[in-house]
Design a protein. Sequence first.
Length: 171
Amino acid sequence: MGLFLRWFDRLEVLSLRLSQVALVIMMLLTTSDAVSRYIFNQSIVGAYEITEMYVMVALVFLSMSFVKKVDGHIRLDILFEKFPIKVQHFLDAFYSLLAAAMFFFIGLRGLNMTLEAIQYQYVAAGLINLPLWLSYIWLPIGSFLFVIRLLISSIRLILFRNKTTLKGEIL
């Protein structure tokens, strides 16, 4: 299990780095578009579509797993912290398993959409005809990484419930 976790942690970091690259691309493209509009009175063709349909999808889906690892997702702690620690562990494991099931199906649907877009050579309808699979591919990759992280978190909470923090770290 230790080798798998080390391998998966590296894969998560790679996914996070790709997400960070997407963020930089989005910032540069948006800034360049704004400057271009201000100085030349001309927008960069397709900047909005590329940001919306391609870069933002990669940014969100590729970072989800790492954000779960560092317990960075938003949750309602006001009520959650009122429960005893064992109930908190149970609820956290239950919600993680529920989310894993949901994101498994999201990833599966994203994989089907990606394969269909590749097979039929779908392109985005807009100013620039970019292949849609470049947008869809991030859904299954990010979703399946997130599913694995959610399962790891749940297993840690279930097996080591007396020896873990709520973040799933083994004490």
